[in-house]
Each structure stands twice: as structure tokens, then as C-alpha cells.
Design a protein around this ligand. Structure first.
Ligand code: 6PG
Length: 250
């Protein structure tokens, strides 16, 4: 069922990261061919990425054939502290020694529009010319965060990128509402929807009100419009979960 929702509420951020690591590992192990993950940026998923770099996951993921992408990227140098690419490389890819042929980052040396176009081409080259289907998704899994304004990836409220229905990438211009306040390249809604499963990772009491609004389907919030070919999972810690929210199994 497209976009059917599943919910898991974990006790704390560490439990959330460990559940997410096992959840992701299971999906990648079950995938044949070349599994692909679109990684979330920001701070929440960092612990998950660090866990995946630990020895306990040496044989839990097909590291030799799994491809790694980003859900969005800030248009800063790759070694900039604000870079999502830098965060993931330091937490996961470098400790794991992932081959460069399996890593597909946004080229932030380009201007933002050229970077978005190049990333769109890279996604299409990876997936190939065939249709996106449940059996041949663009991403096996897309990981997403949730911002305090209901944004996800770099799909921000009121930005033109929300309307992108054809390309798999779009842009978000720097502006007063962004933190950090820089241009961004992001997956578009169609690209996220071309995922087998999507998982929001959300932790902290400051996100609770927004989680509640998105789960209620508030249409002005970009995260409310995320779908997947399989399921949309909400992996929450107790602090981010609205009162009374219970686990929902797929
Ligand atoms: C980014 C992320 C963004 C992030 C949310 C939540 O580049 O900032 O893609 O969508 O996931 O803003 O960020 P935190 O996990 O830091 O709260």
C-alpha cells in the first residue's frame, strides 16, 4: 500500500538510533542488486550513522553493493562544518571505507542550479531508464528529518521547490527562514515518493508539536506530503511523540 504509515516510539535518542540501525539493516540485507539509501542531514541521524560504522553491523549490511545518496545538501564546501556530506563521511562512510563508486554526493563546487541538475542526472544514471516500481525503486530507503517549521529534506514551506513534479531534484534559495542560511539542493517530492520505504527520524520535545501536526496531515507543512511506494515510517523518541501516540505496525 503506497505510503501506509507505521509508527515506532522508542524511549530515548539512543534507543531510536539503535532501532533505526536495525530497521535499515534489515531492509538493505533483504534487497537484491544495488540497494540505495538517501541519507538525511541535520543532527538527529548522526548517532544512527555512527552506530552503522560499529563492528556489530559489519555483516548486517551488504556494504560492498549498497549505494549512498543524500536527501539534501547545503551549498557549502564539502569540508564545511555545515555540510551534510561532511557529517555523513565522518560518521559512517570514512570509518567504513566505503568506495567512492558507491557514494553519490551533491557537487557543491557548482552553482546551486547546476548542482541540482547534475544530481538529477546522477540519480537517473543510477536508476537507469526503466520505470520506478515497487520492485525497482529509486531508493530502497529514504531517511528524513523534520524541521521546526515542518520542512523535510530541504523542502521548506512556501518555496517553489514544493511544486516540482518532474525532476528528481530541486533547490531551496537561502533566506531568513533557513538555518544555516545557505542555498540548498534537495530531493523533490517525486524522488522521495520513488522510495521503497521512507523513515522520518525525529527526537526531542521541541519537535512534538510539529510531529502532531504532520501526523494529523496539516497540508501547509511540507512533511505532510511525503509518500513512499511502500510505507512511511515514523521513528520517534518518546519526547517527540505526542501524548498517547502508540506504535502502529505496518
Ligand atoms: C538539513 C536536513 C533537514 C533536517 C531537519 C531536522 O540539511 O538540515 O536535511 O531537513 O533533517 O532540519 O534537523 P535536525 O535533525 O538537526 O533537528
Amino acid at each position: 500500500m503506497t505510503g501506509a504509515r507505521a509508527i515506532r516510539v522508542l524511549d530515548d535518542p539512543e534507543s531510536l538510533a539503535r532501532f533505526a540501525a536495525d530497521w535499515l539493516s534489515d531492509r538493505l540485507t533483504q534487497s537484491a542488486g544495488a540497494p540505495a539509501v538517501a541519507l538525511a542531514g541535520g543532527s538527529t541521524p548522526k548517532r544512527l550513522y555512527q552506530l552503522l560504522a560499529e563492528p556489530g553491523y559489519d555483516s548486517r549490511i551488504p556494504w560492498e553493493r549498497t549505494h549512498w545518496f543524500w536527501g539534501d545538501e547545503r551549498m557549502v564546501p564539502a569540508d564545511d562544518p555545515r555540510s551534510n556530506q561532511r557529517m555523513v563521511r565522518e560518521a559512517l562512510l570514512d570509518p567504513r571505507g566505503i568506495a567512492s563508486t558507491l557514494v553519490h554526493a551533491v557537487d557543491t563546487a557548482l552553482d546551486v542550479e547546476s548542482a541540482a541538475s547534475a544530481y538529477d542526472h546522477a540519480l537517473r544514471a543510477f536508476h537507469g531508464a526503466g520505470p520506478v516500481t515497487a520492485e525497482t525503486p529509486l531508493f530502497t530507503v529514504t531517511l528524513l528529518g523534520l524541521g521546526p517549521d515542518g520542512h523535510t529534506a530541504s523542502l521548506f514551506p512556501g518555496t517553489p521547490g514544493l511544486a516540482e513534479r518532474d525532476r528528481w531534484t530541486t533547490t531551496a534559495p537561502g533566506g531568513s527562514t533557513l538555518s544555516p542560511n545557505v542555498d540548498r539542493v534537495t530531493l523533490s517530492y517525486p524522488a522521495i515518493a520513488a522510495s521503497g520505504d521512507v523513515a522520518f527520524l525525529v527526537a526531542g520535545a521541541d519537535k512534538r508539536a510539529m510531529v502532531s501536526r504532520v501526523l494529523a496531515g496539516d497540508p501547509i507543512l511540507p512533511a505532510s506530503h511525503v509518500t513512499a511506494m511502500g510505507r512511511v515510517w515514523w521513528l520517534l523518541d518518546r519526547a517527540a511523540a505526542p501524548d498517547g501516540l502508540e506504535d502502529v505496525s505496518p
